[in-house]
Design a protein around this ligand. Structure first.
Ligand SMILES: Nc1nc2c(ncn2[C@@H]2O[C@H](COP(=O)(O)OP(=O)(O)OP(=O)(O)O)[C@@H](O)[C@H]2O)c(=O)[nH]1
Ligand SMILES: [Mg+2]
Length: 366
């Protein structure tokens, strides 16, 4: 007897519990490629069915890599580096070699300096104490940068398995689908979606007779904005094409709202431009600082949306972080949403974000 796994998400197929992972009606078992009901619905109706697998279960699953030998590819979302970089990776995967892949570069403005970005990723990894063999920038969705990466994987894997790891939603499954497509022309084999937590188990795709490239479930980082939002909100905040910079000339005493999910107050400094990089569909609202609290209180979920009504119940209250900028061009980063780039001699801003999704600053990327 052999256990059957869902080809789309890696869950063990079962026919008795419709609400549990891997459920498939008995009538579908005769099909050649078996897809569980959840994957079927995701694929055809873009509908997500919640499953009873905890964050801890996922972590335990991925931690089994520690006792195996292979190359580990850590995929991060270049639009949410803070939210998607797993600092504890070495503890999770043991002594296995790591390469770092920044995915979704298609979202960055064309003017982005890729060398500078790679260099910054190297530094970020180093500072986090994660030793990486190499760094790559790709777009799994569009196929950019794939050739160089696959060549390097082939060299570094040293005839062993390759584990594709990362937090939820960074594009691990999209990446493997792209590889499968390049090899045999078949597209969308593994289920992907803009909901976090799509892949539920290891999915082994053979490289040759004795080694595999393995898709793994995303590690949950509760600091990711996505965990607090509804499906509808997620659609608005997730960029799906090149992000257009939106520039605001502000005087101190002015505030920008990013939907109702984040806010940036210009406290002190000369008039200057605030260059905003967010999903093009996310509304940015400018107001006077003195009116900002009242606006938020009275218009959250309406003028200031997302969040929409449904999300209001789950969204943590906004908390603040103050930053002082002295000359160097700086990005104020709102994890999972985007960032605002500013420069200026002596500038003070206050950034507001939902509690638990802390803002940060970095040397400007662009
Ligand atoms: N713009 C853009 N979107 C991407 C890219 N790669 C993946 N995505 C999108 O990111 C979302 C998540 O992709 P998945 O491949 O399901 O991510 P995952 O890492 O497998 O996620 P889990 O299985 O939940 O851990 C989907 O909406 C993809 O279409 C990319 O290169 N560019
Ligand atoms: Mg996946």
């Amino acid at each position: 007897m052999e256990t059957i796994y869902c080809q789309g998400c890696g869950a063990e197929i079962q026919t008795s519990e419709p609400d549990a992972p891997g459920y498939t009606p008995t009538s579908s078992l005769a099909k050649e490629d078996i897809l569980c009901q959840r994957c079927f619905r995701l694929k055809h109706y873009n509908e997500i069915q919640d499953v009873s697998i905890t964050d801890d279960d996922f972590l335990k699953m991925v931690s089994t890599i520690r006792s195996k030998k292979g190359l580990v590819v850590l995929v991060i979302d270049i639009f949410d580096v803070n939210g998607s970089f797993i600092k504890s990776l070495p503890r999770i995967i043991g002594d296995n070699p790591i390469i770092l892949v920044g995915n979704k570069v298609d979202l960055l403005p064309k003017s982005t300096n890729k060398n500078k970005l790679s260099q910054w990723l190297r530094t970020t990894a180093k500072e986090a104490g994660v030793k990486v063999k190499d760094v790559f920038l790709i777009s799994a969705a569009r196929g950019h940068g794939m050739e160089e990466l696959t060549e390097q994987i082939e060299i570094l894997r040293d005839n062993q398995d390759v584990y594709i790891t990362g937090t939820t939603n960074v594009g691990k499954s999209t990446f493997i689908n792209r590889l499968i497509k390049q090899t045999n022309g078949i597209g969308d084999v593994i289920t992907t979606s803009y909901f976090p937590g799509t892949t539920l188990g290891f999915i082994e795709i053979p490289i040759d007779d004795h080694t595999f490239i393995i898709d793994t479930p995303g590690i949950v980082n509760k600091q990711q904005m996505a965990h607090y939002l509804s499906e509808k909100d997620l659609k608005v905040i997730t960029p799906n094409k090149e992000v257009k910079a939106r520039t605001y000339q502000l005087n101190h005493g002015q505030t920008l709202f990013f939907g109702g999910l984040a806010r940036l107050d210009f406290i002190k400094g000369d008039r200057q431009s605030f260059v905003c990089y967010f999903a093009n569909e996310l509304p940015i609202h400018r107001t006077k600082l003195e009116n900002a609290d009242a606006l938020y209180e009275n218009h959250l979920g309406e003028l200031l949306a997302p969040p929409t009504e449904k999300t209001l119940e789950t969204l943590p209250a906004l908390t603040e972080g103050a930053y002082r900028i002295t000359g160097e061009k700086t990005d104020i980063v709102f994890p999972g949403l985007g960032w605002v780039s500013l420069s200026g001699e002596d500038v003070t801003v206050v950034a507001h974000s939902p509690k638990g999704v802390a803002t940060s600053v970095r040397k400007s990327l662009l």
